[in-house]
Design a protein around this ligand. Structure first.
Ligand SMILES: [Zn+2]
Length: 361
């Protein structure tokens, strides 16, 4: 299936897709190629990327009671009724992550998993609102940095972290800001994020915190327009200075906002399987990413909380291939992630050329 590319940023494709061959690939061939091409991921949560078995083992070791009497029962709880139920289980899972060695281990395992998928660079969230009262900032930051250094060395996949505030825990925002400022003095940390429940927790609650983060030179990203409407996205950009939007799929209800996002080239971190699993997009319906790309938005594809949704980044590309995305479009989504990352420009150039070389082979 060949889809018009005139709405996709051809300028940044550097002429890599002039040959007609790959565009007419079957979905499984396109997915297979994407599995082997080096990739960048911008929206994945470390805690949500930790599998159920590891959560279960940490719970036993740290004496934390989960709402289940066996690992199988715990796994069964990953069938989410809605977004609020997901947040409840996510909060329980993070409650077992207590000791510095838990964090080092999780980061190292995370990088092993990213490397296995040929994800060469990741920007990952840390749900700091759940941790600020568990561990002193320096112990938490040291443990994560140690895990990252070991993981990068052993597996060759690079990571940068973005501690985030959970909207539904607004009282933690000052502590998370201080953790993020402290963390961003170190190599492996780059910014401050906003996640969690959107309804009832508007941007106005967080304006001063994000203003201070920006003043300190932290990069700013925000989940918005996942479960509430276009105004949440507009507020994230205008009131919080968000440089990228997590999910953002509800922008499609507002043509003016779509125009603004396109003109400002604000990257959208889209996570298809997450949206199906949490009932944000109805199962069996095409994902709105199709319309976002057709509207000329600057989109990337991501896995969000992969084991909680039984997915991987490679699975996300497979799903999109099945939904009719051409190989050129999938590769463009991947290159968009390189350009929308917070890597220095020279590193982006090197990464782009490696990805394009692998693709053209
Ligand atoms: Zn997310």
């Amino acid at each position: 299936m060949v889809i018009s590319m005139n709405l996709i940023d051809r300028n940044s494709m550097a002429g890599a897709f002039e040959q007609p061959g790959p565009s007419v690939m079957k979905p499984h061939e396109a997915a297979s190629l994407m599995h082997h091409v080096p990739k960048v991921e911008l929206h994945v949560h470390l805690e949500g990327a930790t599998d159920a078995e590891t959560v279960w083992v940490m719970a036993q070791r740290n004496g934390v009671t989960l709402s289940a009497s066996s690992l199988e029962e715990w796994k069964d709880q990953y069938q989410f009724r809605d977004f609020e139920h997901f947040i409840e289980i996510y909060g329980l899972a993070t409650s077992v992550m207590r000791r510095p060695e838990d964090w080092s281990f999780m980061v190292e395992r995370f990088l092993s998993g990213q490397a296995q998928q040929n994800i060469v660079y990741t920007e990952a969230f840390l749900s700091a609102s759940y941790q600020v009262s568990n561990l002193p900032a320096d112990e938490w930051i040291d443990a994560i940095a140690e895990g990252a250094a070991i993981g990068e060395r052993q597996h060759g996949a690079k990571v940068r972290f973005i501690p985030d505030i959970s909207r539904h825990l607004p009282d933690t925002q000052e502590a998370v800001l201080q953790h993020a400022i402290e963390a961003c003095k170190r190599e492996h940390f780059i910014g401050l994020g906003l996640g969690g429940i959107e309804a009832g927790f508007p941007a106005d609650l967080f304006i001063e915190t994000f203003r201070e983060a920006k003043r300190r030179g932290l990069r700013i990203v925000a989940h918005a327009g996942e479960t509430t409407g276009a105004q949440t996205i507009r507020d994230a950009v205008h009131k919080l200075g968000a440089e990228r939007i997590g999910h953002g799929i509800r922008c499609l209800t507002d043509a003016d906002l779509v125009n603004e996002l396109r003109e400002k080239r604000i990257p959208m971190e889209v996570c298809p399987t997450s949206n199906y699993c949490l009932g944000v997009v109805e199962r069996g319906q095409p994902h709105p990413l199709r319309r976002m790309v057709d509207a000329g938005l600057y989109c990337t594809v991501n896995s969000d909380d992969p084991p909680m949704f039984s997915t991987t980044l490679n699975d996300e590309y497979s799903l999109l291939a099945i939904q009719g995305f051409s190989i050129d479009e999938l590769q463009q989504l991947n290159l968009n992630a390189v350009d929308a990352s917070f890597l220095p420009d020279d590193e982006k150039l090197v990464m782009r050329s490696k990805i394009e070389a692998a693709y053209s082979q």
